[in-house]
Design a protein around this ligand. Structure first.
Ligand SMILES: Cc1cc2nc3c(=O)[nH]c(=O)nc-3n(C[C@H](O)[C@H](O)[C@H](O)COP(=O)(O)OP(=O)(O)OC[C@H]3O[C@@H](n4cnc5c(N)ncnc54)[C@H](O)[C@@H]3O)c2cc1C
Ligand code: SF4
Length: 544
């Protein structure tokens, strides 16, 4: 079955980059259709389970590449549904980064001062709050104590979490059933729907073609259980397209559209950054925790609390220092990864046999409650390149849900490797002192690098040679197509990126409103924050 519709604006993807323009354009009077390839889940759908068909397998996509694997959201709300809600602003020096190309990556119009008012809007809308030491969990406290003993500082991480509602259940990656995690399901998306925007879940965009006065967006509908099965197709004609399918998908859609739209800017599908990420797993010696750090839970246990908490609550930002040279700046964030990829791929420290399976790994798993994961976000060199797009979809799906193989290849440069090595050694220096823990850095030899923060595959910038978008996020050579997701961010941020992606999306909206005006659409810019709703109330009223 095929259908053809028309509207003013089509938004592709419903994560931070899609939801924010969708709300503001709908509130300003535009007719908006949001196409989302994943299912539409809300509070009551979020399971505390990993079985097939639970929210854990429905809401995720793990895309394997050559040298780089990307984990991302695959549902209405995108990454905001599965994220850990750590929301720091990008440090000032980030906006002056030059990287391997040797020239400023960010447009000259954007620095921290210019972005702060847009950060403020997002902070008010989600909202984002400061966490205090009282909110820091055992694992966060353990990392902070280890940092302090090593002469370092650590701080609670600002988060989009309603602290009064949070139960510390640590099921962040399966969606929050308590409405404590401030995902886009609680603010921008319901507000967009109130203003007439329509969300179409299980609609996977394939390509964009040109019409007489705008664009035609082509999609397939996919089965709600087996995402490999196409159940229909259709098109929507529109005046403007906002592409926000995430940095692992946006370049694929644009590359496939080249045949009809004409040549894409050289930077589409190039300069991908994995935000310089590494996962270091430490196995802590409980006796040393008591002896060296003087920590005690009061019930005979010193720590044994890896599983208690709410994602990252504590980070060391000593190296977010603009006076340091590029590739030596990074943050170290304590993190919890539930059983799954993070546990399977964690390597046994100093194993004599295989590191990610075998007897030593089994022994390591037995001590799982004594783990501490330290997440490194450093500066990489934008080495990722997307190859030719697959025939359909963003990547070739290899199972009903969750797993696909994509066309991204990533060969870390010497600078990136040096940055990873510095950060790895720093984690060791903090945690291995006097035998407190044994640390195993992420080992690329098993599956290559890995990121939950894909960035920069279709980036903003001043130089048309190295940036696909101008500083208004319009795709060079294709007026009326805007890209507002993580792919627009020029490079690694050395901190979690969602807040910056959201702030950039907010900043892009006035330019999109102006473009709508040039096409005769009577859209005005609306600055009011979206009202908050509960996800179960929305589930009852929304036409899913
Ligand atoms: C486990 C995990 C934890 C994280 N924790 C944090 C954190 O604590 N702090 C932080 O800052 N960031 C975190 N992130 C990263 C954060 O979620 C992303 O940076 C952010 O969501 C990216 O926003 P985006 O708009 O670029 O893309 P997304 O949020 O990924 O949205 C893109 C949307 O487009 C949809 N889509 C893709 N292809 C198509 C298509 N062809 N047609 C239609 N729709 C499509 C996707 O299903 C998705 O819903 C985390 C990510 C993960 C996976
Ligand atoms: S830890 Fe808190 S915010 Fe996270 S899923 Fe549980 S209740 Fe929600």
């Amino acid at each position: 079955m095929s259908r053809n519709d028309s509207t003013d604006v089509v938004v592709i993807g419903s994560g931070f980059g899609g939801a924010i323009p969708a709300y503001r354009l709908a509130a300003g009077g535009a007719r908006v259709e949001i196409l989302e390839r994943g299912p539409w889940l809300t509070g009551d759908d979020f399971d505390h389970d990993f079985k097939f068909g639970s929210s854990s397998t429905r809401a995720f996509e793990f895309t394997m590449g050559d040298g780089m694997n990307v984990l991302g959201g695959n549902c209405v709300g995108g990454g905001s549904v599965v994220y850990f809600a750590a929301m720091p602003r990008a440090p000032r020096y980030v906006f002056g980064r030059r990287g391997g190309i040797g020239e400023r990556m960010w447009p000259r119009t954007i620095d921290r001062d210019a972005l702060d008012p847009w950060y403020d809007m997002v902070a008010e809308s989600l909202p984002i709050t400061r966490q205090d030491w009282d909110d820091v969990t055992y694992s966060g406290g353990l990392f902070a104590a280890a940092c302090s003993r090593a002469g370092r500082t650590a701080n609670p991480v600002p988060a989009a979490i309603d602290r009064d509602r949070c139960t510390n259940c640590n099921w962040m990656m399966s969606g929050c059933r308590f409405d404590a995690k401030r995902s886009l399901l609680l603010n921008y998306l319901p507000a967009a729907v109130v203003h007439g925007a329509r969300i179409r879940p299980l609609h996977e965009v394939q390509r964009i073609t040109r019409t007489g006065d705008g664009y035609r967006v082509h999609y397939n509908t996919v089965d709600e259980v087996d995402y490999r099965v196409v159940t229909g197709s259709g098109t929507i004609d529109c005046k403007l397209v906002v592409v926000a399918a995430g940095a692992a998908a946006t370049p694929v859609i644009l590359q496939r559209s080249e045949e009809d739209l004409g040549a894409m800017p050289e930077a589409v599908g190039r300069y991908f950054s994995g935000n310089g990420e590494r996962l270091n797993t430490a196995v802590v010696d409980e006796d040393k925790v008591r002896e060296l750090l003087k920590l005690d839970r009061g019930d005979g246990r010193a720590y044994e609390a890896y599983q208690i908490g709410k994602g990252p609550v504590c980070a060391s930002w000593d190296k977010l220092d603009g006076s340091l040279p590029e590739f030596s700046r990074y943050s170290l964030e304590q993190l919890y990864f539930p059983p799954g990829f993070g546990t399977i791929l964690a390597q046994a420290p100093e194993a004599a046999g295989p590191t990610w399976f075998g007897t030593e790994k089994k022994e390591m798993l037995r001590r799982w409650q004594s783990w501490l994961t330290i997440f490194i976000m450093s500066e990489d060199d934008n080495e990722g390149v997307f190859g030719p797009p697959p025939e359909t979809g963003n990547a070739d799906r290899v199972s009903q849900q969750m797993l696909s193989r994509g066309a991204l290849s990533y060969r870390p440069s010497a600078d990136t490797r040096a940055a990873w090595k510095r950060a790895d050694e720093d984690v060791r220096d903090i945690l291995e002192r006097d035998g407190l823990a044994r640390v195993m850095p992420w080992n690329d030899e098993v599956i290559g690098a890995y990121t939950v923060h894909p960035l920069a595959s279709c980036r903003i910038g001043d130089d048309p040679e190295t940036s696909a978008l101008d500083d208004t996020h319009e795709l060079r050579g294709h007026p009326g197509i805007f890209v507002t997701d993580g792919s627009a961010v020029p490079g690694a941020l050395t901190v979690n990126p969602a807040f910056t992606i959201a702030a950039l999306a907010e900043r892009a909206v006035p330019g999109i409103v102006a473009a709508a005006g040039r096409r005769g659409l009577p859209v005005r810019y609306v600055a009011e924050p979206p009202p908050s709703v509960s996800s179960s109330a929305w589930a009852r009223t929304a036409d899913r």
